[in-house]
Design a protein around this ligand. Sequence first.
Ligand code: S3P
Length: 445
Amino acid sequence: MSKAKKLISHKTTHFKGAARVPGDKSISHRALMFGALTIGETIISGLLEGEDVLDTAGAMKAMGAHIEKDGSGLWKVHGVGIGGLKQPDTPLEMGNSGTSTRLLIGLVGGHPIKATFTGDASLTKRPMMRVITPLEKMGAQFEASEGGRLPLTVTGAKHALPIEYRLPVASAQVKSAVLLAGLNARGTTTVIEEKPTRDHTEKMLRAFGLEVEVEDLADGAQAVSVKGQQDMKPCAIDVPADPSSAAFPAVAASLIDGAEVRLGRVGVNERRNGVYRALQQLGADVSFEYERVEGGEEVADIVVRGGAVLKGCTIDPAIVPSMIDEFPVFAMAAACADGTTHMSGLEELRVKESDRLMMVANGLEACGVKLEMGEDSLTIYGTGKPPKGGAEIETALDHRIAMAFLVLGCVSEEPITIDDAAPIATSFPNFVALMNDLGADIKGI
Ligand code: S3P
C-alpha cells in the first residue's frame, strides 16, 4: 500500500451522470484462482485491478500459474490444473486482503505443498482460526501466530480428506476455503450454511465445468457440495461492476437534492444487493434497470435519484450477509435520515479490515451524530438533515471506512477529512476521480 495521504471532502450540490465502477472484487479473486486451476487459457475481462486482486495474482504466479494482461486490457491465465500448484519459494504477501488469504489458505490446504502467508497491520490482526479448524480436519497442518493469526504457515494435506462442515459463522470466505480445499480431495466435500452468504464460488466453479450441488435442508440451512479431483475447464469470465463499490456513489446520490446517477452493469446477485434494498427501505429512490443474467451472474444498471425523504427504519438481521461490506456507507445514509435506524446481527463487522462497528460509531459521533453502539448492533438517531461533519476521521487501514466518510462529506455542513486514503486502492483505485466526475469535491490536503 502506498504512503498515507489525507483527503478532504466538501459539500456538493450537483451530483449527476453515468459511471461504471471497477470490477467485482470477490469475482475477480475467484476468476484468477480458478483460472490457475485449469489447463488452458482463461480470459478475464473487467478484472478489478485493485491491490487486493493483484496480490491474488502475485500468489497464483508464485504457485506456478502464468498470468498476464494483454494490450486490450484482457487478463489471460494459464493454469497448472487441480493438484498441480507448485510450492512458492517465498512467503505469499497478502497485503490488506482477507479474501485472498482465506481462499488461498484453503487451496494450499488441499495441495501437498507448504506456504507462508503474511500481510499488513490490518490483516495480521484478523482471525484465521475460522479456516484453520475445518482445514485441519481435511489433513492440513498449521503453524500460526498467536490467536491463529498471520504470519501463518500451512502444510497442505498429502491426500486431502473430504469433510462435511457446518459453518459456525456466516462467511463466504470460510465456505469457499473449505470447498477449494475439497477440489483436490478424494470424495465429496460439503459445507452447510445457515445464513446464505455470497455464492460466487459455487456459480463460478460451475462456469469452469464442475458439478456443484446445492441442497435445501429441512432446518432451513443449505448444503453446498463439490466432488474433488474433477477437471476444471478454462472459460471466459466477464466481471460485473462491484455492487459494494457502486454503493458509495449510490448513497451520495440518494443524499443530494436533484442528483441522478446511473451505475452501469453492476452485479445485483441477491446475496450481494442488500444495501440497495435497505436504501429503498429508508425511502431512497433506487431502481434496477435492464436486469439480465450475464456469465451466470445477475447484473443491472442501478439508477439513484436524490431528493427523496429518508426515514429511519429497522434492518432485518436476515439480510446482513447480503450487505455485510456496505454497512459503513449505509450508516452514512441512516445518519441523514429522519428518525431512528436500528441495525443488529453485526458481529462480523468487528473482524473486517478494521472493527467497522467501532470505526463507524466513532467517526459518526465525531461528526455530531447521536447513536448507540452495542456488541453487535448500531442504532443511529437521525435528525432528517446531514450532520455537522467538520471532523478528521481515523480509517485504520480500512478502505470502506475511508470511502464512507468521504461520501458523508459530500453533504455534511462542514467538510470531512480522512487520515489515510491509501487503502482505497485495495478495492476502488479510481474512487476519487469517479466521484469528482459526478460532481463531488474530494481532494488531497
Ligand atoms: C468475501 C466475503 C465476505 C466479505 C469480503 C469478501 C468473499 O467476508 O466481507 O469482503 O469474497 O468471499 P466474510 O466471508 O468474512 O463474511
